[in-house]
Design a protein around this ligand. Sequence first.
Ligand code: HEM
Length: 345
Amino acid sequence: MHMAFASIATLLRRAGVLAAALVLIGLALPASAQTGGAQPQQQINTRERPMYGLTASQDAELLRALRGAEGNVSIPDRKAGVLIQPEGRHWRQTMQGTMRVVGSWLILGMVAILIAFFLLRGTIRIEGGRSGRLVQRFNMAERTIHWFTASSFIVLALTGLNVTFGRYILLPLLGPGAFSTISLWFKYAHNYVAFAFMLGLVLTFVIWIAHNIPNRYDVQWLAAGGGLFSRGVHPPSRKFNAGQKLVFWSVIIGGVILSVSGIHMLFPFQFGDIHTQQLMTVLHSVFALILIAVVIAHIYIGTLGMEGAWDAMGRGEVDENWAREHHSVWYAELKGQPAPKYGHD
Ligand code: HEM
């Protein structure tokens, strides 16, 4: 077994390509965005400003005195009887502060891991080279459902990220007028495209559940790190390997949590009280950020990370050598051959 890691010269070449790309992105950003968007930061930090003529300490004292203050109202909307809900402040702090920090770490952390992985491993090549013979991997229905679900997820991810990060990234770039118009349209897109994603989720589950039940090959695949870190190692796998099953189950479980919490936000107070609403918004943000990080890794391996992977979802056919190296048991079953014990070499 040879170690997969690249020579110093290759590593420096790849680092050069990435550095050039980062410099170009850096040049494209205006100075205000690069300084971390200090201006809007000041605008929204109202916590230390005196509210209604009260100083911060008077305000805190008033809050303490009013803790749990509830009255009665005679209108049908009983929740209007709650004068103040102090937990709302923690919720706002979590959503505006903590979530932004957690989200930045998750997304930038994943991008950093993938850059490091690319620098060390490069694109995972078809070791036997392309044979020129193709086998069908995904039919038209599978590809349509994949791209339907994927495109709706990407719209939801981008329009959702605008809620958390837009005012720090887009507002300095576009100015308040254009930013508020775009954010309004993003919100409509998010609310309606959500139903397309939910449909895609159900269809994805139906077409691929049979291939995603854990089996004994998954243990071998995980024990060998999927062969990701060493050349010439190809743990056996049926149609989906353990890594892909992790992606599938993340999409399904994460997608269901996002759908349920999203429905609570689309129809507020229909299924619970203010505590339920607050819990649902936090769950929605946390699982959205986790799933976005998972999908970034998935997109990497489906494009730049692995030679031949794109063909599977692009034209639906893959090279026989790709199939034999990455999904040996699936390939053998397809050809009516006995299942290989370990890889092909
Ligand atoms: C530009 C974006 C995307 C690209 C290039 C891409 C690419 C691919 C490819 C090439 C495969 C087949 C892998 C194989 O043959 O073994 C695949 C499978 C799959 N994709 Fe995507 N995909 C994208 C976005 C998404 C999104 C947004 C989701 C879900 C939210 C998703 C969910 C899945 C699932 C569940 C599978 C099957 C399991 C797996 O192979 O990991 N994909 N994708």
